[in-house]
Design a protein around this ligand. Structure first.
Ligand SMILES: [Zn+2]
Length: 268
């Protein structure tokens, strides 16, 4: 582990981290109301000494972001810490964990791939209770994943929904195989791949394999974002300015997440 950190922490990483941090004004970063673990722990200790009930203690844990804009900034800041080798790996004290018993207030719901190289909380450098993570091969919106998203948006009031694809996604790659080649796959693998196929059917003409794969993953992200936006619960939250829906592409080789936020970036 130590060896990995040392070899992965290069001067190039530092430059990239500095560039990303420079893109975000300091004032904006400070706008994210995030109590440091020390402050929260102190508040909780005080409440416990005063004999606060579990309900009162649970209310002391506030979400790291209160608006969709703050939520996106918190994720971007976390990712820049991660790929710049400055991750905080936030861990909680026993008191802080106790404050989470009765409720959760994840500021973001992330629909990501099950790929072992793309652990959501780690790449965004977030801690316990921060992200409602939905993971399925290919990051597809289908009944089960849509239900999880609906729950996070309706009941947990998450402020941003991120549909995240990634470099070298095996599910997206498999979805570009011919029906003949996929014949031997198990029924439910075929079901998952069928959710991706419509997005990647149009990009067969790109010859460079790396460019083709990136484009295929992006096309799938855009389609899944569009499907998510059709969901009535998601639609209602967007209309009330309580939720933003964005796409994201995680580059395994650098650790960096590119966000797709504008209408043009998300256009099918
Ligand atoms: Zn994948």
């Amino acid at each position: 582990m130590i060896k990995r950190v040392i070899t992965g922490f290069t001067v190039a990483n530092l430059f990239i981290a500095a560039a990303v941090l420079a893109e975000e004004p300091i004032a904006k970063q400070k706008a994210v109301p995030q109590a440091t673990p020390g402050e929260l722990d102190l508040k909780l200790r005080e409440a416990l000494v005063k004999g606060a009930s579990m309900e009162e203690i649970a209310k002391l844990k506030e979400p790291a972001a209160k608006t969709p804009q703050e939520a996106i900034i918190a994720l971007k800041s976390g990712n820049s810490r991660f790929f710049g080798g400055m991750a905080r790996r936030p861990e909680m004290s026993a008191n802080e964990r106790r404050a989470q018993i009765l409720q959760q207030t994840p500021f973001a719901v992330v629909l990501g791939c099950s790929d072992s190289r793309v652990p959501i909380e780690i790449v965004y450098d977030q801690g316990l209770g921060d992200i409602f993570a939905v993971r399925v091969a290919g990051s597809v919106v289908e009944p089960a994943t849509a239900g999880s998203v609906e729950y996070a948006v309706k009941h947990l009031k998450s402020k941003v929904l991120v549909v995240m694809g990634h470099e070298g996604c095996g599910a997206v790659k498999a979805a570009m195989l011919t029906p003949e080649e996929l014949k031997g796959e198990p029924e439910h693998v075929q079901y998952l791949l069928n959710q991706i196929t419509p997005a990647v059917a149009q990009i067969a003409k790109i010859r460079d394999p790396k460019a083709k794969m990136r484009e295929a993953v992006m096309a799938n992200v855009r389609r899944q974002v569009a499907l998510a936006k059709e969901n009535p619960v998601v639609k209602a939250a967007i209309a009330k300015n309580e939720l933003a829906v964005v796409g994201a592409y995680y580059e395994i080789s650098s650790g960096q997440v590119d966000f797709l936020e504008t209408d043009e970036e998300l256009r099918l």
